[in-house]
Ligand binder design. Structure first.
Ligand code: ADP
Length: 403
């Protein structure tokens, strides 16, 4: 079975075509500047075909999808003979609200429910739906599956997901913690249970998804018990450009003192804050590491704040779950930054965490980095959200239980 995985943003669209027999990627690519002008980079990974990398006209997502399908099936750049070889499409959808606790086959009702979540994911959900509708148009009759970033977190108890604000905001508008990166937390926690040799029941794992956006999850019995992102991805640890948790009064204070609106303030907290703002250097941790090594105090402060926040969450989640068996590092920073992992784990010895510094000198592969006598196992597990989307899509299309 061949499955096309789509991650549609407001002006971009990433794709990967999976061959599920080997779970390998036959081709991948990126459409950019949709609605502005357009550019497609298409990379075939089988058959020795050349890369296509050129400007194109993409007034909407529909033209972008049409171009992707054309390249996937073309003589020159293609990896399949015809569109009939593409059996299903899996879509990443940001917000599933309280409605979606698992991946689902798309029909009119599901599209309506994704639309109903527009207020919760105003930047992403409309784009995700555009991606789905563009595929429906271009590939009539081919099953489409939606995989939600929020779904894995729907097992949180109310004491984890409620905000202590008037109850009507929850009842009437669904204001609560939802959490994001769910597909990643689900994948790495399931892999962790396997590699750590744990039983799902009784297992207590903290997963640290540290990338451009960062989130933490407490995974108990293989299910999400708590997570750091909230109603939107702004809450939690400081991130590349997002502030993470702050006193909500900051919004009104800055809006009033700067004479800007609440939404302008929130844009600033989303796009111009985080380690970028604290360091004044960059949102990229490679730049921060370099600047800190050269003696830049604010870059050092930004890193310290990030590491401290992640460490606090690990401690808090160990307390919340009543123990800790394992910690997982994943995503760009978690998989690659030796220094960040070492700093985060400093001071957690009292929980039974003992780092193997030599093993920690490793990037981007599954690797145990705790010492053999560490009570808590610590692992790097590279995330693979696209593979999870492809597997869910395959399972749903074949009518079997999702893995
Ligand atoms: P996204 O959230 O966009 O999926 P990623 O998970 O790919 O992001 O993470 C991207 C971030 O990972 C970069 O901004 C950078 O800060 C960090 N990163 C990547 N490689 C390294 C490295 N070798 N050392 C430190 N940080 C790294």
């Amino acid at each position: 079975m061949k499955i096309l995985v789509i991650n549609a943003g407001s002006s971009s669209l990433k794709y990967q075509l999976f061959d599920m027999e080997t779970e390998s990627i036959a081709a991948k690519g990126l459409c950019e500047r949709i609605g502005i002008d357009g550019h497609l980079k298409h990379t075939p990974l089988v058959g020795g075909k050349p890369v296509f990398d050129s400007d194109m006209d993409f007034p909407t997502h529909a033209e972008a999808i049409a171009a992707v399908l054309d390249k996937l099936t073309s003589d020159e750049y293609g990896v399949v003979k015809s569109m009939s070889e593409i059996n299903a499409v899996g879509h990443r959808v940001l917000h599933g609200g309280q409605k979606f606790t698992a991946s689902t086959l798309v029909d009119d009702k599901v599209k309506e429910a994704i639309r109903a979540c527009f207020p919760l994911g105003p930047l992403h959900n409309p784009a995700n739906l555009m991606g789905i509708e563009a595929c429906e148009q271009a590939m009539p009759g081919v099953p489409q599956v939606a995989v939600f970033d929020t779904a894995f977190h729907q097992t949180m108890p109310a004491s984890s997901f409620m905000y202590a604000i008037p109850y009507k905001y929850y009842e009437e508008h669904g204001v609560r913690r939802y959490g994001f990166h769910g597909t990643s937390h689900r994948y790495v926690s399931a892999e962790a249970i396997k590699v750590m040799g744990l039983q799902k029941e009784g297992s207590k794992i903290v997963t640290c998804h540290l990338g451009n956006g960062s989130s933490m999850a407490a995974v108990k019995d293989g299910k999400c018990f708590d997570t750091s992102m909230g109603l939107t991805p702004l809450e939690g640890v400081p991130m590349g450009t997002r502030c993470g948790s702050v006193d909500p009064a900051v919004v009104e204070f800055i809006a009033n003192t700067e004479g800007i609106s609440a939404s302008e303030t929130l844009t600033m907290l989303n796009k111009k804050s985080g380690v970028l703002a604290v360091s004044g250097v960059s949102s990229d941790f490679r730049d921060l590491d370099k600047a800190a090594a050269e003696g830049n105090e604010r870059a050092k402060l930004a890193l310290d704040m990030f590491n401290y926040a992640v460490r606090k969450y690990i401690g808090a989640y160990a307390a919340a779950m009543g123990g800790l068996d394992g910690i997982v590092f994943t995503a760009g920073i978690g998989e690659n930054s030796i220094e960040v992992r070492e700093e985060i784990l400093k001071g957690l010895e009292f929980l039974g965490v003992k780092l193997d510094k030599e093993a920690n000198k490793c990037r981007g592969k599954v690797q145990k980095i705790s010492a053999p006598d560490s009570k808590v196992q610590v692992w790097i597990i590279p995330t693979n959200e696209e593979l999870v989307i492809a597997r869910d899509t395959e399972d749903i299309v074949l009518g079997r239980p999702v893995r």
